[in-house]
Design a protein around this ligand. Structure first.
Ligand SMILES: *Cc1c(COP(=O)(O)O)cnc(C)c1O
Length: 389
């Protein structure tokens, strides 16, 4: 049930949930437009793998489409099939098409574009094209330094020389992926760029795509014909100078406000001893909701010691986490908020307008990507912005 006419909701009923996510689809579309303006004349795709980084592909993809995005990337075939149902006319690339001839047939039948990663992938696609007597659209992934997915430069050269036994395919798009785009001075960026340019010369007429979110900020030489942002769309900050709008706000409901005297301890392991009489807000969210235990106030040595523990934002100020994060509950020290300022039923911001996604992630010793994709299913989700038809 929508709480407001301009909001759609998903997940558990708000009365039954301990936490809520507000996902601003206007900000999402605005982020796409910002990146598209920066990348033009290159086209700007959207990477919506892993359920749009955990935010819900069913809402995110149509909002991006309404904003003008026409090119999409998913990781797995099942994500591609689901996206095809949502967006019948979109160009959908599948980054990790599974091996097998039946798989290739299914992808082709759904009009999905596989990003072919191995010589075998290419042979199989070539055979399918030959059998169908049709140049089915495909992309080829060339590995320029990740050693993750894609053909090596050597394999590409062999293929381009046409001396493989399989039938050559004509890729509509040549893809590679940067390993260190978020470190502009890293020498691997220039090396990958050089290899990519060299390989691209072998595929005249194929469009080229190298940059992810951070790659867009490496300069015009990295943009080529198509850019593939993911995290920046969702409000992550790919590089310090990027100013993306906040898309996700995560909040936890206060279920209890309790007082504990100086000298007592809080949470598992009794890792924090209170130095003063303390007002504690207990909130109904925990590591089962993606609040990694490494962000605990104390007692979990998984975070770099230079990074402060996680905190919340309540009654206009930051409130520190007390002790360990547990599966379903966390405790905040709200003493400084003042008498009665935080009450049961109130919400404490975990990240959003006051605590950035990147800051919350680094407090847990991780990155925005992992935080978003770990949020799970227990949040009541509110999608603000235009309702889709
Ligand atoms: C995930 C992914 C992207 C998106 O990366 P961001 O850093 O989120 O912008 C782009 N290209 C490939 C191949 C990916 O796997």
């Amino acid at each position: 049930m929508p709480d407001r006419p301009d909001m759609a909701s998903a997940g558990p009923d708000p009365r039954h949930a301990g936490s809520r996510l507000t996902i601003d689809l206007d900000a999402l579309a605005a982020n796409w437009k910002t990146l598209a303006a920066r990348s033009a004349p290159a086209r700007t795709a959207a990477v919506v793998k892993a359920d749009a980084y955990g935010l819900g592909m069913a809402r995110v993809a149509p909002a991006l489409w309404s904003g003008g995005c026409r090119d999409f990337f998913v990781a797995l075939p099942h994500e591609g099939f689901a996206l095809r149902d949502l967006l019948p006319a979109a160009a959908i690339h599948v980054l990790v098409p599974m091996p097998g001839e039946a798989m290739a047939e299914e992808l082709a039948a759904a009009g999905l574009v596989p990003v072919l990663n191995t010589p075998d992938d290419i042979d199989r696609w070539g055979l399918l094209c030959a059998r169908r007597q049709e140049a089915l659209p495909c992309a080829i992934h060339v590995d320029t330094g990740m050693n993750r997915l894609g053909l090596t430069e050597r394999e590409i050269e062999t293929l381009a020389a046409g001396d493989r036994s399989g039938l050559p395919v004509k890729p509509g798009l040549l893809v590679s992926h940067l390993a260190c785009a978020d470190e502009p001075d890293h020498p691997l960026n220039a090396r990958q760029l050089e290899i990519f340019q060299r390989v691209a010369r072998l595929f005249e007429g194929s469009a080229r795509s190298l940059a992810n979110s951070a790659g867009i900020f490496l300069g015009p030489g990295y943009l080529f014909d198509l850019v593939r942002p993911g995290i920046a769309l969702y409000g992550g900050r790919p590089v310090p100078e990027a100013r993306m709008r906040t898309v996700v706000t995560a909040e936890a409901k206060v279920i209890q406000v309790r007082r504990a005297p100086a000298g007592e301890t809080v949470s598992y392991g009794a890792t924090v001893t209170l130095r003063r009489d303390t007002v504690i807000a207990v909130c109904a969210v925990g590591y089962a909701d993606g609040l990694h235990r490494a962000a605990s106030g104390t007692g979990v040595a998984l975070r770099e010691t230079s990074v402060p523990p996680g905190c919340g934002f309540a009654a206009g100020r930051r409130v520190p986490l007390l002790g360990r994060i547990t599966m379903d509950s966390i405790m905040f020290d709200v003493t400084d908020c003042g008498e009665g300022a935080v009450r049961p039923g109130d919400f404490v911001e975990l990240f959003g307008p006051n605590i950035t996604l990147d800051e919350a992630a680094s407090a847990a010793g991780t990155i925005s990507y992992e935080l978003l994709t770990s949020l799970g299913t227990r949040y009541h989700r509110l999608y603000s912005g235009p309702r889709q038809a």
